[in-house]
Design a protein around this ligand. Structure first.
Ligand code: DOR
Length: 424
């Protein structure tokens, strides 16, 4: 079926388009992109007041298959499609973890039924225990996008050094969860006045800085491609900014929740706001946003981390870290325009930014390119309701909150893989 979308605001960092266009989707590709397309289509949609963005790439999320019921590869990928993502990279902290080719193969096999592209990471160490290197060659051959023990920091610097060295053989990134686990032990939230008031054990910003510094040092020593996951503090941004003056092999990301929420979200002991690394302060948010503006931060990710109601309801001290993030991603991230970020700058960090890091082709709304895109209504307001969340888990502090901006439709290879039924 050919679909012609008229007068839609196309925002595409690759083709550097930020204006009104007609877009014709046919046979899986953008058959035409231009002004006043004269061709006929099976279906014509009025796109005025709507945006079209290239399919988003989330280079950092968690699915729970194999091992847990909170999110399968299918449920997670449908949730991601509803958020506008056409590629997601899932971390290796499944049970068993993705530390061998059999588990990696299982993910690829299951992903064939997914509505979008799912690419797994392999672990750095066996079982993410930080003790023995995983069979990185075998994992690379199986097709993992990179290596990460995310959720855990590889505390042993020699092992991390070796992982970085070996990763060069396959030109794959190593993604670090840079947080000193001993300094952060038993921590629940950011360490500061608020954690003291609430009587909750704090995780000092220094737990992150120490490991960001170590990881940058090891990247400098080895020349390997290091990607620093979910940075949260002003100082971390400064460390990366300084390092990037001399090093070309370092990239980093910020997670959406660290950009839109502060530690205040834990004031009422909401376990859904307990994430690792923890939510920080407004000053840190400003520094992260500046990092995005200055291209110190290369990617924006969801760190979608599903957990069951039972787990999250077990009291804030015992609840696991993480919140879901696919379906609220675009409206939340677009709220950053209030800091003077342009929508196209934000979208770059969710499309061509991660594609560059992963050394993959970025989606673009250009003639003959694969039709992977999102139609987004920037003005629509909606309330996040448990019953409307597609993820199997509902652990978000945005439950029952009103958001502005809504994904109406996601296309993958020219097919609508998500539609809220208002358009198609
Ligand atoms: O908040 C988090 N949750 N951070 C991580 O690094 C891991 C993740 C998870 O898997 O639940």
């Amino acid at each position: 079926m050919d679909i012609l979308i008229r007068n839609i605001h196309v925002i595409d960092p690759i083709s550097e388009t930020d204006g009104i266009r007609d877009v014709l989707i046919s046979s899986g590709v953008f058959a035409d992109v231009g002004k006043n397309i004269r061709k006929k289509a099976d279906k014509t949609i009025d796109g005025s007041k709507l945006w079209m963005l290239p399919g988003l790439i989330d280079m950092h999320c968690h699915l729970r298959e194999p091992g847990n019921e909170e999110e399968t590869i299918l449920s997670g990928s449908y949730s991601a499609a509803a958020g506008g993502f056409t590629t997601i990279c899932c971390m290796a902290n499944t049970e068993p973890s993705i530390d061998n080719k059999v588990v990696a193969g299982y993910i690829f096999e299951k992903s064939r039924e997914a509505p979008i592209q799912v690419l797994p990471y392999g672990t750095v160490t066996i079982g993410r225990k930080g003790e023995l290197l995983s069979p990185m060659g075998e994992l690379a051959q199986a097709g993992v996008v990179g290596f990460s023990d995310d959720g855990n920091c590889v505390m042993d610097s020699l092992i991390f050094r070796r992982a970085l060295e070996y990763s060069k053989t396959w030109q794959k990134i190593v993604v670090s969860h840079s947080e000193d686990q001993i300094l952060a032990r038993n921590g629940v939230m950011n360490e500061g006045v608020l954690s003291t008031k609430l009587g909750l054990r704090g995780i000092p910003a220094e737990a992150e800085h120490i490991m960001v510094y170590r990881d940058i040092s090891l990247a400098a020593l080895t020349g390997a491609k290091l990607h620093l996951a979910h940075l949260t503090t002003r100082k971390s941004v400064e460390l990366v900014k300084e390092a990037k003056k001399h090093l070309k092999n370092i990239t980093c990301e910020a997670a959406i929740h660290h950009l839109v929420l502060t530690e205040e979200a834990l004031t009422n002991y909401d376990a859904n706001a307990k994430v690792s690394p923890p939510l920080r302060t407004q000053e840190d948010i400003r520094a992260l946003v500046k990092g995005i503006k200055e291209n110190v931060i290369d990617a924006i990710v969801t760190d979608h981390a599903p957990h069951s109601e039972e787990e999250k309801g077990s009291g804030i001290e015992h609840a696991p870290f993480g919140m879901i993030g696919f379906e609220t991603a675009l409206p939340l991230v677009m709220s950053l325009v209030k800091y003077g970020l342009k929508p196209i700058q934000i979208i770059e960090k969710m499309t061509s930014g991660p594609a560059r890091i992963l050394r993959r082709k970025a989606n673009t709304i250009s003639r003959e390119a694969e039709a992977n895109c999102v139609i987004f209504d920037p003005d629509a307001e909606w309330i996040v309701r448990k019953e409307n969340i597609r993820s199997l888990s509902k652990n978000t502090p945005f439950l029952n909150k009103k958001l502005r901006g809504k994904v109406l439709c996601t296309f993958y290879c020219g097919l609508p893989v998500y539609s809220d039924k208002t358009l198609i």
